[in-house]
Design a protein around this ligand. Sequence first.
Ligand code: ACO
Length: 429
Amino acid sequence: MGALKLHERKELQVAELTVADTRITLPIFYGTEGEKALDISKLRSETGFVTLDPAYMNTASCTSEITYLDGENGILRYRGYPIEQVAEKACFLEVSYLLLHGELPTAVQFEAFRSELRDHATISPFCQNMIRSFPTHAHPMGALAAITAALSAENAAYLAQDLPQSQRQEVTAQLMQQLKSVAAYFYRHMNGLTFVESNPRLDYCEDFLTMLFGACPTAEAVRALNVLLILHADHEQNCSTSTVRLVGSSKANPYATISAGISALWGPLHGGANQAVIEMLEAIRKEGGGVKKFIEKAKSKKDAFVLMGFGHRVYKNFDPRAVIIKKACDDVLEKLHVHDPLLDIAKALEAEALQDSYFIERKLYPNVDFYSGIIYKALGIPVTMFTVLFALGRLPGWLAQWQEMLTASGMKIGRPRQIYVGSGKRDWK
Ligand code: ACO
């Protein structure tokens, strides 16, 4: 039982809350874009109450300067720059620098950043052997998570509890450079092909595609991958980023921390959706008979099926990344002269869903994963590698958030509370 009286005038910046006859003052915290939050950190000590918010539907776990997202209006900005401009004008490494350092690099800073990455171009025999030790049918996301954690074995210098800024920067460059190679090497291993070494003098995407396919990629393929990686580069406190922050808050080393983020991303409700979308579209194609049946399945509460690539916790209007990807998808397929029947099915599914009251009422729209897989497929990338590509794209975001979390004033280990609803005390017989 309580009453909340809000003084929204900025100069007051407090709310008064009365809970069970105790009246307390809660500071109001305003974000740059007018977002407002009640600071409840003293709620329990002053009233005995905690807040209950399963799945964090209404909880801001931190303040952050990295990414701004307005889900009601379909706005996404990296360090203030609208995603539409970033996707059109930048290259992935520039965006990585922006996320990590807060500003776009000068030419000199960009060259220094690339040089930091170049220092880590070689993949050690230990790491190569580890890749070779996996069965070729293993899912590459499991391999990427395991190998990322295993990189700790030969980098003792970065395992210290409180890494100085210079070492955080070094390990960031190492992870950015080496996970790209690990991903490409693992693809080669899966296909029984010899490894192709990184040539870090190339652009990030050109280098990755060359390592993957052993041949110089087309400019179109490089451009398409660049846009996809940029669109995935950060997305504030999503499931995998929150995992990175939580694991990192225990002062776990950067390899363990990023490995945890990769594992969280693998889930089909998160980054794993890009693989699940293609599998769903394939199932619709094989079954024939159009998309209506699948729309009905998705609506049915008796059926566990949901439209993969649809819906989002935060976007309730449209996902601006999906808009860019849908257009890129049309462009790429046209330029590569690919006709993919899955694109026709995806468009039919979207059109059908967007005029259906179930999806309209629940504000369900295509998300970033709905069309991305069709582009990856057109580039010749196999379905099980899709979420790995997402991980490479998200890596600078994870690393930026990890660094911001570690250096935040008053940084503490993350540790939610719970409300116990189990058995009362009983004696062991
Ligand atoms: N298909 C059918 N119904 C859906 C879908 C969907 N894709 N998504 C949500 N709904 C329904 C829910 O059943 C629920 O209905 P109800 O109110 O009748 O119970 C309502 O819409 C609200 O959905 P929630 O599950 O409460 O939304 P939440 O924010 O918890 O979940 C999520 C978001 C996980 C993305 C969900 O929409 C989903 O499962 N989508 C499919 C998987 C997917 O594409 N994930 C990628 C997300 S983007 C990313 O992480 C990179």
